[in-house]
Design a protein. Structure first.
Length: 637
């Protein structure tokens, strides 16, 4: 099977407009004949379901939570990018495009990224029209702040609750369609499998998480918006329910998984403080607008921060990257923090932390001004750490935060399986090997509000509605397999909890496929994961039954998938003999410890095909062709 990204011809700036014109349309009167399943109600899924229903399609929307409003997107803190250039500081569609391609270390498709930059402006207008309360300047215009990897201010925000406010906007639009009957909402449903016949997605099999019933749903197209897989590391900033199951099950049914090893480790999180912690807390990147990152110059210096004089501090980001300073992109900031800690200059009890200091900003702007900007984040920090960041510098350390990899999609956001579309964090597109801050919300909403509503029509116009129903044998077979797997999990009756296995997998992933990787470590990890997976299927204990609300069972299914998927991540990392963005193979670095790409041999998207549980995954390469930007060594100096 080959892959074709279906990138339209013509000039970069004209591709999307031309493509929209060339896409076939579905007659308005015919739209109601088509049934579309949207799995996930985060920013990508919520916006997609609402927009598709608004167009006239019949939509079924599914999510794990009790309400669409609780999708993980609600956690997003401080911003969404758009090249509005309200600040008149030199922003443009081109600059946002360029920053994103460069930020992703030249491992993203030019055409997709340019389109993203183009529609970024529409997103802000759409959300303002919905009533999203973006922060405003005194005169009423929308306010902006800076984020990493950019020298302009293009990040729109609603205090530290941008995701929540945007999700409320999408949810309002969705609710309107639920009320009109165009969207049927299925909360508390977990997609367990994709139904495929003849290389075409036909529907899904879900478990009703309250009754345990296995349900079958058919559709003319299936849209996965199921978020990222950062929880493969056990400890991450993601919501507890974030998982890889829907995407991985689709992968096992034939959808290619692209660049699974590209993980984003966010530099600004509260450091790990104990073995029994289940979650890590993000301290927004926006804090690096005013906070200064430093460590003591002397290794092993255990003096409290206020006893360390200026002359004995190293503001290592400002020193090493004078142009971008503390606002270098996340991969660069994370690696530098690790480097400082590895050299013995880490602070705090574990010595796995660096300072983020607001003393200068408070002196310059006043405590009130800083409180207005970051008050809720400071409060959150104080509640967790019991330390007041207005008086003592915060301690931060990198943590798993976002996954750039995902199911492979073409320019239309369709996977290699016909009729299976993938949006938001669940697909691989747009961010390359490293995502810039405030660009995930932009991409999720671009996909849902402005890309899919056009491209799905192009697909549906060529298919007959309702061709395959749940009476097709493929539905019965897929549902039976899902049921068997559940029974198998319940029958093992071993001694170790699901969380115990998950924690051990997470440690393997963090140690060998985390912030820094090397060939020997990745090979070792693959063996360790295979062994752990064997133990899981022999010794896991899953209490309760299949026929009622059973969170242990839910988690067991997700961890079983992580135990397979983690291996694919390591294999992808091992095959990519270069460093780029978040994928840092220690064997490939510049003299200054920056990621060293190999454009001659690795300038491609790695799309993996599943070849059976015992087989090796098959690699398909989608070459990345750069016609508009020059491939260079990324520099933020
Ligand atoms: C703490 C934090 C702060 C962040 N802040 C920012 C920020 O300021 N700016 C920014 O741009 N990005 C930010 N991000 C990243 C951003 O929030 C996410 O990338 C984005 O919200 C993902 O949206 P999504 O719609 O793709 O998926 P999600 O919001 O993760 O939604 C996934 C949906 O899929 C459903 N689902 C999952 N699996 C299944 C299944 N098997 N069956 C049924 N339903 C399923 C879930 O129920 C949910 O509804 C942040 C991330 C974190 C963790």
């Amino acid at each position: 099977m080959s892959i074709d990204a279906k990138i339209p011809g013509g000039q970069l700036a004209d591709k999307w407009d031309r493509h929209k014109f060339e896409l076939k349309l579905v007659n308005p009167a015919n739209k109601r004949k088509y049934n579309i399943i949207v799995v996930g109600t985060g920013l990508a899924g919520g916006s997609a379901a609402a927009s598709l229903a608004e167009l006239g399609y019949d939509v079924k929307s599914f999510c794990i939570q009790d309400t669409p409003r609780r999708a993980h997107s609600i956690a997003a803190q401080v911003g969404i990018n758009a090249s509005k250039n309200y600040q008149n500081d030199g922003d443009s569609t081109w600059r946002l495009f360029y920053d994103t391609v460069k930020g992703g270390d030249f491992r993203a498709r030019e055409a997709n990224v340019y389109r993203l930059a183009q529609v970024s402006e529409n997103i802000i207008d759409q959300c303002v029209a919905q009533g999203v309360p973006f922060a405003r300047e005194y005169g009423g215009t929308l306010a902006n702040r800076s984020f990493g990897g950019a020298q302009v201010s293009r990040t729109f925000y609603a205090r530290g609750q941008t995701g929540q406010q945007l999700l409320l906007g999408a949810y309002s639009a969705l609710s309107r369609q639920i009320a009109t009957g165009k969207v049927t909402m299925y909360p508390r449903r977990e997609m367990l499998d994709l139904v495929v016949t003849g290389n075409r997605a036909r529907g899904i099999v879900v478990r009703n998480l309250i009754t345990g019933e296995i349900e079958k749903h058919a559709a003319d197209a299936v849209v996965l918006c199921t978020g990222g897989y950062g929880n493969v590391f056990f400890l991450s900033t993601n919501a507890m329910a974030s998982n890889v199951t829907a995407a991985y099950r689709a992968h096992k049914r034939g959808a290619f998984f692209a660049n699974p090893c590209y993980t984003q480790i966010h530099p600004t999180c509260i450091p790990v403080h104990g073995t029994y912690q289940s979650k890590l807390t993000l301290m927004s990147e926006s804090l690096r607008n005013d906070g200064r990152v430093w460590v003591p110059k002397k290794a092993g210096d255990t003096r409290p921060p206020h006893q360390i004089p200026e002359s004995e501090r190293s503001y290592y980001l400002e020193e090493k990257y004078p142009s971008f300073g503390n606002l270098v992109p996340r991969d660069v900031a994370s690696r530098n923090a690790k480097e400082q800690c590895d050299a013995g200059r880490g602070v705090g009890e574990t010595a796995l932390a660096v300072y983020l200091d607001f003393a200068d900003a408070i002196k310059r702007d006043s405590r009130d001004v800083i409180a207005k900007k970051y008050g809720n984040l400071f409060e959150m920090y104080e509640k967790i750490v019991a330390d007041n960041p207005y008086e003592t510098p915060m301690m931060i350390y990198p943590a798993v935060h976002y996954t750039m990899g995902g199911l492979w999609v073409d320019y239309n956001l369709m996977s290699n399986l016909d009729g299976l579309f993938v949006l938001g964090e669940a697909n691989f597109s747009d961010h390359g090997a490293n995502r810039l801050g405030a660009s995930a919300l932009m991409q999720g909403l671009a996909d849902g509000y402005f890309v899919l509503p056009y491209t799905i029509g192009g697909y549906l116009a060529g298919v007959n509605p309702g061709e395959v129903g749940t009476d097709n044998a493929a539905f019965a077979a897929t549902a039976a397999e899902a049921g068997d797997r559940i029974q198998k999990l319940l029958s093992i009756d071993g001694k170790r909890t699901v969380d115990d296995f998950h924690r051990q997998l997470g440690q393997i992933m963090w140690d060998y496929c985390g912030m820094a990787r090397n060939n020997a470590g990745l090979e070792k990890a693959i063996g360790m994961i295979q062994e752990l997976r064997g133990e899981f299927w022999q010794d896991v204990t899953v209490p309760g039954s299949a026929g009622d609300f059973n969170q242990s069972l839910e988690r067991a299914g997700r961890v079983a998938d992580f135990l397979e998927f983690g291996e694919l991540m390591c294999k992808d990392a091992l095959h990519r003999q270069e460093s780029c963005g978040g994928h840092f193979n220690e064997e490939y670095q510049t003299e200054e410890n920056e990621a060293l790409r190999d454009d001659e041999n690795f300038c491609y998207v790695a799309a993996w095909e599943h070849t059976g549980d015992e087989g090796e995954p098959n690699l398909h390469k989608e070459p990345l062709v750069f016609e508009n930007v020059k491939l260079t060594q990324r520099s933020y100096k």
